[in-house]
Design a binder for this molecule. Structure first.
Ligand code: SAM
Length: 246
């Protein structure tokens, strides 16, 4: 039926798309996508001939009302990104927001996502995590942003470019301490690899070896129990001091 369908697509292995996603992509009136070449390749693979409309950072403001008017007029429109789940470090947030504001029918077909896949394979605590998207490209700004998460008792997940990986891991060591880190790359692909170790060891490894091939996710373990506990103990004694007027 009419509505906006946010559809997840594979992050590498073309088989990682749901049967429902294929049905919807086949059945909608148009598919809004970041890059018609990337999405065209996926559609060809599954024999889907639905019309594609470009929706990317440079035309989004203009295309948003066009797409939402189509939905309001009874069409079914799907949104996909180049890979994985739209809106997750990809376009789509404003489209969803405005669709909701206009009371249009809206649903998500869940599927592949690099952050969750990396977390699952990291061997790091998965009970509580923060997804931080991409950090700033410059080291100083990156360190400042990492500092924000220093005392957060949670696993941290970041997307990063392979080129910046070694420098980013050095910044992690500087800003968060030498935590246990997992670098996940080429997820769901032939050369999928998850390398785990202290941040400084991995930084040295990638400095010597050069940037790895393919896309990477960096998963950073929470602060050590001891570190959190000693922070808490410090707070305790500070509080007691303050209350006793000393
Ligand atoms: N929307 C996507 C998702 O749901 O994961 C993320 C898009 S974001 C523009 C691209 C980043 O995701 C890459 O720079 C990399 O950090 C990560 N990524 C995507 N596919 C990956 C893969 N197969 N292996 C490792 N990282 C991947």
């Amino acid at each position: 039926g009419a509505g906006l369908y946010i559809v997840a697509t594979p992050i590498g292995n073309a088989g990682d798309i749901t049967l429902r996603a294929l049905d919807i992509l086949r059945g909608v009136d148009a598919i809004a996508c970041e890059d018609t070449r990337v999405t065209g390749k996926l559609l060809r693979r599954y024999g889907i001939r639905t019309r594609m409309l470009p929706y990317h950072d440079h035309n989004a403001a203009k295309m948003r009302p066009v797409l939402l008017d189509k939905v309001a007029n009874g069409q079914a429109i799907a949104l996909v990104s180049d890979a994985g789940t739209p809106l997750v470090s990809d376009p789509g947030f404003k489209l969803v927001r405005e669709a909701k504001d206009r009371g249009l029918s809206l649903t998500h077909l869940p599927g592949a996502n690099a952050a969750i896949t990396a977390l699952v394979l990291s061997g790091l605590p998965s009970d509580r995590f923060l997804f931080g998207g991409f950090l700033p490209a410059k080291s100083a700004a990156r360190r400042t942003e990492l500092e924000l998460f220093r005392t957060l008792p949670a696993t941290l997940i970041f997307y990063e470019s392979a080129q910046r990986l070694a420098e980013m891991l050095a910044d992690v060591t500087a800003s968060l301490g030498n935590r246990e880190v997992a670098v996940a790359r080429e997820l769901t692909k032939l050369f999928e690899e998850v390398r785990r170790g202290p941040a400084s060891d991995l930084s040295t490894y990638y400095t010597e070896k050069g940037p790895p091939k393919g896309e990477v996710v960096v998963v950073i373990g929470p602060p050590a129990e001891g570190a959190a506990a000693s922070d808490a103990a410090d707070m305790d004694s500070l509080l007691k001091q303050a209350l006793s007027g000393g």
